[in-house]
Design a protein around this ligand. Structure first.
Ligand code: AMP
Length: 599
């Protein structure tokens, strides 16, 4: 097939180069043969892992076909695998889940019992992730020409890693990827040049890393054609960082000297080589950043930016208006859909509006099944295995929960994401990300569910009980108008002698008690990543929640079945609650967090 023959094309024209054409042909081949590819993937996973303890336990007897697999292997959640994961973490190297050695654990932002889930992975998964990454720019180049004429300003970070008792590394999937040779020694690709040097991305100190990445972005501001981070919250954090540090950045640019806070030897060395005095640029940074109005700051500083490359689907949709504000409405491209367990797929129409984003799951990444999603159903009928639908058989318009079987040894594992089928590319379905199950509050990668919030409120109530008070009602809200965003909890209090309201110190203790009760991803966001601001309690007047109920009933809620929503986002409700606030209180200090695992 010649360049331009791909069925994946856009109004902008044919593939940008032969390498892109090859990638696009690969997408076509995989999506045209989705079902066959899936069958092959399953057979490959089952045959190579036939002798694992897990598959033997279910008496698959070497079977590699779908029928045997579906009738014998149960659908599971993380908690079902906990004993196996624990053994691997403790150093058992026998083939428990995978015939290939587990190379490390990837720490998911999903938690179990308050701690990050540990996802086993094997070396070759890096190739699979790399393959998916390699498809992103060829697709983007179909829609945005000329990306080889400049650079991408991407704010990318590594996070702390730990070792399990058995000596395996445990770290986030992106940390694993950025530290791999796949990333560090990637071949030069004119369509994928970053302003951030590897030394900055790989610097473990988040301030030094961000500072240097921002400095490089400013130094090359005219070359920048796209600005991005993994998630929208990360890009907004970078904007906030610029707001707080532009004067020092401008000083460094003016003098050609580096902020002494950047002490990491290899980063310092690299940045010192790059910096040259540039008073004109320093004047520009000073004049733009000292203005009160930061609307459109991204395009003012980086005037050639064609789009923002950030995920704004799912929980990140709450940041779309703020990104619009700072970027003057630049397109927001959501390019891929992935997790620690497995990278799933990509958006074949990345310049579409955020609300229209659909991800095409690549059938070569893992074996995918879909549990028809019925709210309030566990998906299990008594004694009969769940009816899971294959990738090629899902129906447009229906919602499903994603279930995966991976090369690394997860079998029929529920990811927890609910997806809706929007259409097909060839025979591969495309999915709108609907939501992650059981997530009430999220600011960054934190995910707080109803039970965790309830537990946190109980602990706050315990503090109040010392003063003859308790929490009568509560609800919550993810406030993203601040950067970083923060959790707001509305409390209606029950006081024994309806005398005085509790004092500031008691309620700020409640804020901290709540933060201490939230999961480790939340606390890491507060302590280490600075991606979540202090939790706020807003005390509302007595009777507010009754008004809240009246309002809900006036809009059609049933009186008998009415339950206080534990999270709110609907503007009229927020207005009602905020108009009844009698006092507001913030966490006075950081909760406890250490990277050590108790595994
Ligand atoms: P983690 O395991 O911490 O890497 O988190 C993976 C989860 O992040 C997925 O299961 C989704 O819930 C969410 N996620 C990843 N990519 C996207 C995306 N493009 N849009 C919406 N949510 C996403």
């Amino acid at each position: 097939m010649a360049v331009g023959d791909s069925a994946l094309s856009s109004p902008m024209g044919p593939p940008a180069c032969e390498k892109d054409a090859k990638a696009l042909r690969f997408i076509e081949e995989m999506t045209r043969n989705a079902d066959v590819v899936q069958e092959t993937v399953l057979a490959e996973i089952l045959s190579r892992n036939a002798e694992t303890e897990y598959l033997r336990r279910f008496k698959l007897n070497g079977g590699t076909d779908r029928a045997a697999f579906k009738s014998k292997i149960p659908m599971i959640k993380y908690e079902d695998l906990q004993p196996e994961i624990q053994r691997i973490a403790n150093g058992d190297r026998s083939p428990i889940l995978s015939a290939h050695p587990i190379s490390e654990f990837l720490t998911s932002s999903g938690t179990s019992a308050g701690e990050r889930k540990l996802m086993p992975t094997i070396k070759e998964e890096l190739n699979r992730r790399q393959l998916l990454y390699s498809l992103l720019m060829p697709v983007m180049n179909l829609y945005v020409p000329g990306l080889d004429k400049g650079k991408g300003l991407y704010f990318l970070f590594i996070k702390s890693e730990t070792k399990t008792p058995g000596g395996l590394l445990a770290r986030p999937v992106l940390t694993s990827y950025y530290k791999s040779d796949h990333f560090k020694t990637r071949p030069y690709d004119p369509y994928n040049v970053y302003t951030s040097p590897n030394e900055a991305i790989l610097c473990p100190n988040s301030f030094q890393s961000m500072y240097s990445q921002m400095l490089c972005g400013l130094l090359e501001r005219k070359q920048v054609l796209r600005v991005g981070a993994v998630f929208a919250s990360g890009l907004l954090r970078a904007i906030r960082f610029l707001q707080l540090n532009w004067a020092q950045l401008a000083h460094d640019i003016r003098t050609g000297t580096l902020n002494p806070k950047v002490t990491d030897p290899s980063l310092k060395n690299c940045m010192t080589r790059t910096l040259k005095p540039d008073p004109v640029l320093a004047d520009f940074v000073d004049s733009e950043c000292s203005k009160d109005n930061w609307e459109g700051i991204i395009t003012r500083i980086w005037p050639n930016t064609k789009y923002l490359d950030v995920i704004v689907t799912g929980a990140m949709a709450q940041y779309i208006p703020t990104l619009d504000y700072y970027s003057g409405g630049l397109p927001q491209a959501c390019t891929m859909y992935a997790s620690s367990e497995c990278y799933f797929g990509l958006n074949l129409n990345p310049m579409c509006k955020p609300a229209e984003v659909s991800y095409t799951i690549m059938p070569n990444m893992a074996y995918f099944e879909f549990l028809p999603h019925e709210p309030n159903s566990t998906g299990l009928t008594q004694n009969s295995p769940p009816e899971l639908v294959d990738l090629a058989d899902v129906e447009v318009g229906k919602e499903y929960e994603l279930v995966i079987t991976t090369y690394a040894g997860l079998y029929r594992y529920r990811v927890g994401d609910v997806l809706r089928v929007t259409g097909f590319h060839n025979s591969a379905p495309q999915f709108h990300f609907v939501r992650r199950k059981n997530v009430l509050l999220s600011i960054d990668s934190d995910k707080t569910d109803e039970a965790e919030l309830q537990n946190a409120v109980c602990n706050a109530s315990r503090v109040l009980s010392e003063f003859g008070m308790s929490v009568a009602e509560y609800t919550s809200y993810a406030d993203t108008t601040t950067i970083p965003g923060h959790y707001v909890i509305y409390f209606e209090l029950l006081m024994k002698d309806s005398a005085e309201l509790p004092c500031e110190s008691v309620l700020s203790r409640c804020c901290l008690a709540m933060e201490e009760s939230l999961n480790s991803v939340y606390r890491q966001g507060r302590v280490s990543d600075n991606s979540i601001g202090p939790l706020e309690i807003r005390v509302v007047k007595n009777g507010t929640f009754e008004e809240f109920m009246d309002y809900a009933i006036s809009r059609g809620a049933s009186i008998n079945q009415y339950k206080v929503p534990r999270c709110v986002s609907f503007t009229p409700i927020m207005e009602l609650l905020d108009s009844r606030v009698v006092s507001s209180h913030f966490s006075p200090s950081l909760p406890h967090w250490t990277p050590e695992r108790r595994c």
